[in-house]
Design a protein around this ligand. Structure first.
Ligand SMILES: *[C@@H]1O[C@H](CO)[C@@H](O)[C@H](O)[C@H]1NC(C)=O
Ligand SMILES: *[C@@H]1O[C@H](CO)[C@@H](O)[C@H](O)[C@H]1NC(C)=O
Ligand SMILES: *[C@@H]1O[C@H](CO)[C@@H](O)[C@H](O)[C@H]1NC(C)=O
Ligand SMILES: *[C@@H]1O[C@H](CO)[C@@H](O)[C@H](O)[C@H]1NC(C)=O
Ligand SMILES: *[C@@H]1O[C@H](CO)[C@@H](O)[C@H](O)[C@H]1NC(C)=O
Ligand SMILES: *[C@@H]1O[C@H](CO)[C@@H](O)[C@H](O)[C@H]1NC(C)=O
Ligand SMILES: *[C@@H]1O[C@H](CO)[C@@H](O)[C@H](O)[C@H]1NC(C)=O
Ligand SMILES: *[C@@H]1O[C@H](CO)[C@@H](O)[C@H](O)[C@H]1NC(C)=O
Ligand SMILES: *[C@@H]1O[C@H](CO)[C@@H](O)[C@H](O)[C@H]1NC(C)=O
Ligand SMILES: *[C@@H]1O[C@H](CO)[C@@H](O)[C@H](O)[C@H]1NC(C)=O
Length: 325
């Protein structure tokens, strides 16, 4: 109470001196906005086995001292929310959209379910989203495209279904896109080719089908990890893939790809892991694979490939063994 009496005159003084409304809203009103947003989230958590939020997220202390919460040092607004590994059960309320300074949102390894409220599209400062290992359902919302600052989008191991929205192609700062272990179907959108900063693309263990778009890899010069295994992809491996000179991990295993393994695989001189097993690939294994300097793991088994280095010409099988030149 004493504090309020003390503060009021000084706030009036600031207004008179600078005629600044912004100075007024810098402290308590905005903190309350974040507090209300987090209390709404707490209210949407139906099970909190370790009582973390119940005992820690209380009005007795500022939200900036709450577990999992980090605030900006100047403005005291919530910039990071990390509730990973808390075994929380619940849903994500629209109120979370009021955390307007939020740049990192990590709720992986919990049991959040339902779909994501569209209001979250307002969180335009987000750089990092991790919803991995939850039970989210429904389509990946096309309004994720409004996260224009986004660098990492991790939605792996959920129950997301439907197609990958083409609108993700407008996330030009995206470096890591991990959507593995979901129920995604349809084609890999050609719009992915827009993501010229992409380093990791993990779409494995879904039901993606169709051919790999021939121009998909034309402008992904930073791509390091491409993991598309266990899907329903068919057709040939597009030659644009061999423009991705930074590739280290390439897995196209357990699909229905056909045609040959192109000689240009030799262009991928940084490859350390190459998995093409369980496809319908034919022809000779390019001997240049044996010259890739950093290759450690190679599995080409369960195809119709022949090994040019064998005189008897049987199918080549080599199961996840470290590759020795
Ligand atoms: C905590 O603070 C919020 C916002 O100021 C208020 O709405 C709520 O009633 C408070 N809760 C308790 C238990 O005091
Ligand atoms: C809440 O958790 C934080 C971080 O573990 C801790 O520093 C703080 O003292 C806790 N606050 C309360 C009221 O338990
Ligand atoms: C969360 O759990 C995962 C898997 O058990 C572990 O790898 C990770 O380090 C944990 N993270 C935190 C912040 O505890
Ligand atoms: C926060 O968001 C909710 C739901 O989107 C809205 O109804 C409410 O007015 C907002 N509250 C504040 C304090 O901004
Ligand atoms: C989202 O942003 C729009 C426009 O900036 C604003 O009108 C709306 O109130 C915001 N909604 C929330 C939930 O913050
Ligand atoms: C997905 O949904 C199915 C049934 O609808 C359920 O058995 C499974 O556990 C869910 N998986 C995840 C990761 O939520
Ligand atoms: C791809 O990027 C261009 C600009 O480089 C933009 O005009 C276009 O809308 C983007 N495509 C998608 C699907 O976002
Ligand atoms: C492979 O590398 C050679 C020489 O470095 C280059 O001429 C060729 O265009 C590359 N092929 C592809 C598909 O990028
Ligand atoms: C490989 O091709 C044959 C003949 O076209 C087809 O019957 C078979 O299902 C294909 N296998 C896979 C794994 O795609
Ligand atoms: C692969 O080889 C098997 C046995 O030699 C043959 O039956 C099958 O048709 C071949 N598949 C393709 C796609 O060539």
């Amino acid at each position: 109470m004493g504090n309020i009496v003390f503060l009021l005159p000084s706030m009036v003084f600031v207004v008179l001196l600078h005629n600044s409304v912004a100075a007024l809203s810098a402290e308590s009103p905005t903190t309350t906005t974040d507090q209300l947003a987090l209390l709404a989230l707490k209210a949407h958590v139906t099970h909190d086995p370790q009582n973390l939020l119940a005992t820690n997220w209380t009005n007795a202390t500022s939200v900036c001292n709450w577990i999992g919460v980090t605030c900006g040092s100047n403005h005291q607004r919530v910039t990071t929310l990390d509730l990973s590994n808390m075994s929380l059960v619940g849903t994500v309320p629209p109120h979370l959209a009021n955390l307007s300074f939020l740049s990192q949102l990590n709720i992986r390894f919990n049991h959040f379910h339902g779909s994501l409220p569209m209001e979250l599209a307002n969180l335009s400062s987000l750089k990092y989203i991790n919803f991995g290992y939850n039970n989210f359902q429904g389509e990946i919302p096309s309004w994720f495209a409004s996260f224009t600052q986004l660098q990492s989008l991790f939605l792996y191991h959920n129950n997301f279904s439907g197609v990958i929205p083409s609108s993700l192609g407008s996330l030009l700062n995206l470096e890591k896109l991990m959507l593995y272990d979901n129920d995604l179907e349809g084609h890999i959108p050609t719009a992915i080719k827009n993501l010229s900063n992409l380093k990791w693309l993990y779409l494995d263990n879904n039901k993606l089908s169709g051919q790999l778009p021939s121009t998909l890899f034309d402008h992904l010069p930073k791509l390091q990890h491409l993991v598309l295994e266990v899907n329903l992809l068919f057709g040939r491996i597009p030659t644009s893939l061999f423009k991705c000179q930074e590739l280290q991990v390439l897995s196209l295993s357990v699909n229905a790809l056909e045609g040959s393994v192109p000689q240009e695989i030799g262009n991928l001189t940084k490859l350390s892991e190459l998995y093409l097993y369980s496809n319908n690939l034919t022809g000779e294994i390019p001997s240049i694979i044996g010259s890739l300097p950093f290759l450690e793991y190679l599995d080409l088994s369960d195809n119709n490939l022949t090994d040019s280095r064998n005189t008897w010409g049987t199918s080549f099988t080599c199961s996840s063994q470290p590759f020795s030149q």
